[in-house]
Design a binder for this molecule. Structure first.
Ligand SMILES: *Cc1c(COP(=O)(O)O)cnc(C)c1O
Length: 363
């Protein structure tokens, strides 16, 4: 592959000595569970996002679970969310016995369409769970108007801003993921919760250690949802470079746009938002043929996501047939994401863009 979709090796090579020193320190100090680096990372992330509290946890999926738990969402409750996202968003709702209520997306941003929410609100609606998909925030102002708690799934959007505010800090709770493919990725699983609410933060800390504030005394049933000290140490090093990496992703997007605007539908960035391009996603009705062409040219690509959640086998019981969310279904058939990780060279971006342009020229 001349231009892989993602290669984590150059980033590791660039930071190798710093990362290995940080990891060795944790190994030698042996404070493997909730060691000092976890608190340091939480403070650094709170500062970075200008939020009051950050609670680190075991993954982005568990962050969603903890966010729903701390809002006492459970059996019989409904949570409004998008069908066009990674599975975890709706999986967390279902695992707590609540019902995901899907709302179709805006075709330009791929994010939940607020104008379709009012018709789905019922007395059982306990929260709205938008996803800031691909690195661009959903329309938070419109989402906050419904007067129910908003949980922002910011797994793909660390560093993105909406009207100057950081993704994850605008609603009641925001969730982050440090999965290795995210803009801030660990060397394994990790996640975090963001909130400006003191009481929610205290309870989240308790929920992440089986609902106990004092060891072996349990106020409620929580889970083992901690972030490893080792991951925190790695993320503390990497957080220092996040803005440089984000800038690089944005520069790549500009290069792509210069070469592809007018040839194919490039990502649309809302004027209220800064996009951090966890994915650079085109859309075209000739998606599958384009993907084949790119493969032959040695250019990596991926489909995020090929099947909307309402059509997944595990959600058949929700009774949403094909056609229920036409924009999500059309997006699933038309999107294709190109390589955009920070360490790509200008020449590699040019190569990938030329391969895309070449495909459309031969039509
Ligand atoms: C990655 C991701 C998650 C899950 O995060 P994990 O850390 O992999 O559990 C949740 N939601 C979205 C939108 C994601 O992209």
């Amino acid at each position: 592959m001349n231009v892989p979709l993602l290669d984590l090796k150059p980033q590791y090579a660039a930071l190798q000595s710093e990362l290995e020193a940080a990891v060795l320190k944790v190994m030698r100090e042996t404070r493997y569970i909730l060691g000092p680096e976890v608190g340091e990372l939480e403070a650094a992330l709170a500062k970075y996002t200008s939020a009051k509290h950050v609670v680190a946890c075991s993954s982005g999926s568990d962050a969603l679970l903890l966010a729903l738990m701390v809002l006492d969402i459970g059996a019989g409750d409904e949570v409004i969310t998008t069908p066009f996202t990674f599975f975890a968003t709706a999986g967390a709702i279902t695992r707590l016995g609540a019902k995901p209520v899907f709302v179709d997306i805006d075709p330009q941003t791929f994010n939940i369409n607020p104008s379709r929410i009012a018709e789905k609100i019922t007395p059982r609606t306990k929260a709205i769970l938008p996803v800031h998909l691909f690195g661009q925030c959903a329309d938070m102002e419109a989402l906050l108007k419904f007067g129910v708690p908003v949980i922002e799934d910011a797994a793909q959007a660390i560093g993105a801003k909406y009207k100057g505010q950081h993704a994850g800090t605008i609603g009641t709770i925001g969730t982050l993921s440090f999965f290795p493919t995210k803009n801030l990725g660990g060397v394994g699983d990790g996640g975090a919760l963001i909130t400006n609410d003191d009481r929610l933060a205290v309870r989240l800390r308790s929920l992440r250690v089986h609902g106990s504030e004092r060891r072996y005394y349990h106020d409620e049933v929580g889970m083992n949802g901690r972030l490893d000290t080792l991951q925190a140490a790695v993320l503390l090093v990497k957080l220092r470079y996040l803005d440089v990496w984000t800038k690089s992703r944005q520069d790549h997007a500009v290069q792509y746009n210069l070469r592809l605007d007018g040839i194919v539908e490039t990502p649309w960035c809302h004027p209220d938002c800064t996009h951090v391009y966890n994915q650079y996603t085109l859309r075209t009705s000739r998606r599958d043929a384009l993907r084949e062409h790119l493969k032959k040219a040695g250019i990596g690509s991926e489909i995020y996501y090929p099947l909307p959640l309402h059509l997944q086998k595990c959600f058949r019981n929700l009774g949403q047939a094909a056609g229920a969310f036409p924009e999500a279904e059309r997006a699933a058939a038309e999107v294709i994401s190109l390589p955009v990780y920070p360490e790509l060279s200008v020449a590699q971006i040019a190569l990938a863009a030329e391969a895309v342009a070449g495909f459309f020229q031969t039509l």
